[in-house]
Design a protein around this ligand. Structure first.
Ligand code: SF4
Length: 439
């Protein structure tokens, strides 16, 4: 029987490690379980999946084929894993968002690279592999999201994720935020048939799940139909939305009635000029308070994301953001450093202004400074970012934000997890990269 290993390289950022026990405090990724489900049944393959952030890679086992999916921040680790398995005699395939952005660098680490959506390409690649005609590259921007096989959640590590059930209904985004990789991969926006999504949700073990769609509400009619059909399922769910939801109270009511209890929102900045500059001008900080009131009136927990390092950010941005986060009572704040991923508009801009510090992809993870900010030094940006995290997850800030009305244990666990994360940031000895690849 052909043995396959599917790997997500270590994304250690959002992981808690307590002794030997590792848990990711994010939702379970769909990548590996989906790839496993897409293995054509007639090939009768033995499939194992490993998310390296919570499990060790079994380099001592032998596999006929190893598939590795990576983001920019995990690309170097993906190449190292690929080289190791190649040396052990496995055929190695690389795929993922980073490869769709810059496939050229992956070619020297893999027997084959996949550029584009897996639904069509992955089964075709596996059939070619079995017949000894594997191609060096599989590329397509076509996708059909009808009647997809159910992700193989049975292969997923038990108790490895805060949220083990993840579902998607749509794919892609028609937005154009300058830092985001989604619009840089020009594969459009697609919907699964609503009934397919409903069937999958109904069959989930457990009462809670998360949508991992980056733009679930892009087609209003589709979203309404989906949420109406979700109501009878009586599941609780979370997902991502933009601040635009603040203009659609009817939709928010429907989401709440369908079981929505948690939303992640990219506020990005407390400065109006900064949201415009990053091409997310629909985010108006003057409207954040009303939006939070709408959420809390429906007992929806909000994880609010903010970016530091936009060109309009001066040294005062950190304190101003922490104050606003506390005033708005954002339940679980999250901070990122502006990161110019390859092929994005941000990358092109900073490259043309000679402001990129290096191309060490390990640091292209939104938690490290990789460019020269306009109004600070890189050191000041890094220091302010860590200060903001520490201040926000200090006990006095947490108690200002917490509410017993919403799901208190979830809020407390979320805030304490980020409090632990602050210590990890402080213990990170390579905050600013100064090794090879420095420009
Ligand atoms: S940040 Fe969100 S809204 Fe903006 S382009 Fe990316 S996915 Fe779309």
């Amino acid at each position: 029987m052909v043995k396959i290993l599917l790997v997500l390289p270590d994304a250690h950022i959002h992981r808690l490690k307590i002794g030997r026990f590792k848990i990711s405090f994010r939702e379970a990724p769909l990548t590996l379980t989906t790839l496993a489900a897409l293995v054509p049944p007639e090939l009768n393959m033995d499939v194992k999946i490993i998310d390296e952030s919570i499990e060790d890679i079994p380099f001592n086992e032998s596999f006929d084929l190893v598939g590795i999916s990576c983001l920019t921040g995990t690309a170097n680790r993906a190449y190292a894993i690929a080289d190791q398995f190649s040396n052990l005699g496995s055929t190695v395939v690389l795929g993922g968002v980073h490869l769709s952005l810059i496939p050229e660098e992956a070619r020297e680490h893999a027997h084959s690279v996949v550029i584009g959506f897996a639904e069509e390409l992955w089964p075709q690649l596996l059939r070619d592999f079995v017949h000894g005609v594997l191609k060096k590259e599989y590329k397509s921007d076509r996708v059909c999201l009808e009647n997809l096989p159910v992700p193989r959640r049975d292969l997923q590590k038990k108790f490895g994720y805060m949220m083990p059930n993840t579902v998607f209904a749509t794919r892609g985004c028609r937005g154009a935020c300058d830092f985001c990789t989604v619009p840089s991969v020009p594969f459009g926006w697609h919907m699964r048939p609503v009934d397919n999504v409903i069937d999958e949700i109904a069959a989930l073990n457990g009462k809670r799940f998360t949508f991992n769609d980056v733009n679930l509400l892009d087609n209003r009619e589709y979203a309404i139909s989906l949420f109406k059909k979700m109501k009878p399922l009586k599941k609780k769910w979370g997902g991502l939305v933009s601040t635009r939801i603040g203009q659609d109270e009817e939709m928010l009511d429907l989401m709440s009635e369908s079981g929505c209890i948690y939303l992640l929102i990219g506020f990005e900045s407390v400065l109006r000029t900064a949201t415009t500059q990053i091409n997310k001008g629909f985010n108006d900080p003057n409207k954040y308070a009303a939006l939070m009131q709408m959420m809390h009136a429906r007992n929806i927990i909000v994880q609010g994301c903010f970016i530091f390092g936009c060109d309009d950010d001066g040294p005062g941005i950190f304190e101003r953001t922490v104050n606003m986060v506390n005033e708005l009572k954002i339940d679980i704040p999250r901070y990122a450093i502006y990161t110019p991923y390859p092929k994005t508009a941000a990358f092109r801009k900073l490259m043309s202004q000679d402001r990129l510090l290096h191309f060490n992809w390990d640091h292209y993870d939104t938690q490290h400074v990789v460019f020269r900010p306009a109004q600070m030094t890189p050191e000041e940006l890094d220091k302010g970012f860590r200060w903001a995290y520490k201040k926000t997850f200090g006990l006095s800030s947490i108690t200002k934000r917490l509410s017993f009305k919403r799901s208190f244990p979830v809020l407390l666990a979320g805030n304490l997890a980020y409090r632990m994360y602050c210590n990890r940031l402080d213990n990170d000895t390579s905050r600013l990269f100064t090794g090879q690849n420095v420009k």
